[in-house]
Ligand binder design. Structure first.
Ligand SMILES: C=CC1=C(C)c2cc3[nH]c(cc4nc(cc5[nH]c(cc1n2)c(C)c5CCC(=O)O)C(CCC(=O)O)=C4C)c(C)c3C=C
Ligand SMILES: [Fe+2]
Length: 439
């Protein structure tokens, strides 16, 4: 799982700060200053939104204003991420506490126009829910009283979609199936899919509400193929902003690219002038892998050996070459006995962009735990999610190398896999995928 990448990160992880409305363009400093709950509503009003008529919006608005007599909504509830923008929300923002991933397959015979109507409906609902308003239809009141809780909804298209709606020529080459990697144990029934949705929020009810609304709105057009749920650290759980940990206990996300990096946008998003096909301008490609951790084996390994598997200290995430968590890794550094400080098969050495022709991706994974297997071992691990401008120069070369040379791989099983084209963001009044579906 990976490190928060925008200013909002620090806000979320530390949990002690004021609510924010986080800009979704990902540029450094794109997080807007803290808004009060009244300010949030004021901003919504200024954008021409109908806040406060009935249902969830009224409940939230009234509570926020203190008119309902109940306690005021918290800063966590009031935090909002705009749905509209150049890029979709849910990519550059720090991980929220909860995630639902779902893939949908189109019903037989569904035409392009029906899919366009669904994408419009989904986009409209995602925009409303991200503001703490009720969905336009199929509103079930599960999230009644709650604020938006940093809800983001991100939509993607799988390779199988294009032929189904007669748009084969518009399918990006970058959506060619991922290769099989050594030791993959992929369950295809929990992989792929025509449509992909990533729903993230800092509240479990808010996240499930969005999932249920989208599922019901798709009835007759698309049905759930697979669904997975995950979690990350809750805002306020730590005394100060810190990088989150994964279920192996490692500090995870330190060396993610940051929006302030000069190459960030070109590595993560498809540039408009290079977009091929053109409808992917401002978009990204999401690689999704369900990676089970063999935790019984891992936890039997002494901590000093665990540290050599990753190449970082477990206590604070500092590289074994020295310094603190954010100190640049020195891959040449040697111990007094002449051995490499970061071993040759350490995860961070094998995965590093310098070892993979500059391959870079924005990792935004979540932990999952789905109970215990018959042998008593946890069915738990990482919902690995990586965004990049091109998976052929991002995920693919790195995973190819990891599968052969990474000492972490003997503690992992890749069990499900998906690759999705994530179109650019929608403008108000538009919908995600419009440039494809109305081409
Ligand atoms: C193909 C890409 C990657 C997969 C799959 C992957 C799985 C995976 N990683 C961890 C834990 C950590 N990964 C860390 C760093 C790191 N991982 C990748 C890529 C994949 N990881 C990259 C590119 C990097 C950064 C390398 C660098 O430049 O230093 C770390 C260290 C902290 C950090 O920088 O994030 C940890 C810890 C797990 C547990 C896992 C599968 C379950
Ligand atoms: Fe990793």
């Amino acid at each position: 799982m990976d490190r928060p990448v925008v200013d909002g990160t620090a806000v979320r992880d530390g949990g002690q700060q004021q609510p924010t409305v986080t800009g979704q363009d990902g540029a450094a400093g794109s997080s807007r200053p803290a808004l009060t709950r009244r300010g949030l509503l004021g901003a919504a009003g200024a954008a021409g939104l109908a806040v406060g008529a009935a249902g969830g919006a009224f409940g939230y608005a009234a509570a926020a204003d203190g008119r309902s007599g109940g306690p005021a909504a918290t800063s966590l509830g009031a935090a909002a991420v705009p749905f509209h923008g150049a890029h979709q929300a849910g990519i550059v923002q720090s991980q929220q506490a909860r995630v639902h991933l779902a893939a949908f397959d189109l019903a037989a015979g569904v035409k392009r126009a029906q899919l366009a109507a669904l994408m419009r409906r989904w986009s409209d609902s995602a925009a409303r829910l991200a503001e703490g308003r009720p969905a336009a239809d199929h509103e079930n009141q599960i999230a009644l009283d709650a604020g938006p809780c940093s809800l983001t909804v991100t939509f993607g298209f799988g390779a199988s979609l294009f032929e189904r709606i007669g748009l084969t020529a518009a399918r990006p080459e970058a959506l060619d199936p991922l290769p099989d990697f050594p030791d993959d144990a992929i369950d295809r029934s929990r992989s792929d899919g025509d449509l992909w949705v990533q729903i993230c929020a800092d509240d479990a009810l808010v996240a499930f509400h969005a999932l249920r609304v989208l599922q019901q709105q798709a009835a007759g057009v698309a049905a759930v193929r697979w669904q997975m749920s995950g979690f990350s650290r809750s805002p306020g759980a730590t005394a100060r902003p810190v990088t989150t940990r994964n279920l192996m206990g490692q500090v995870d996300g330190t060396n993610n690219p940051r929006p302030s990096d000069a190459s960030f946008a070109s590595k993560v998003f498809v540039a408009a002038k290079e977009a091929d096909p053109a409808w992917m301008a401002g978009g990204s490609y999401a690689v999704v892998r369900r990676i089970r951790m063999l935790l019984d084996n891992w936890e039997n390994l002494p901590v000093d050996r665990q540290e050599r598997v990753i190449g970082r200290r477990k206590s604070d995430g500092a590289p074994l070459s020295g310094g603190a968590e954010t100190t640049a890794v020195d891959l040449e550094k040697r111990n007094p006995d002449g051995t490499l400080a970061v071993p040759a098969d350490a995860h961070i050495r094998v995965a590093a962009p310098t070892a993979n022709g500059g391959a870079t991706m924005l990792r935004r994974g979540f932990s999952y735990h789905d109970g215990f297997l018959p042998d008593g071992s946890p069915d738990a691990g990482l919902l690995f999610i990586a965004f990049q401008a091109d998976p052929l120069t991002g995920f693919v070369p790195v995973q190819r190398k990891l599968a052969g040379a990474d000492s972490l791989s003997r503690f992992l099983r890749h069990e499900a896999s998906g690759l999705y084209a994530v179109p650019g963001g929608a403008a108000p009044g538009g919908y995600v995928g419009q440039a494809l579906l109305e081409s």
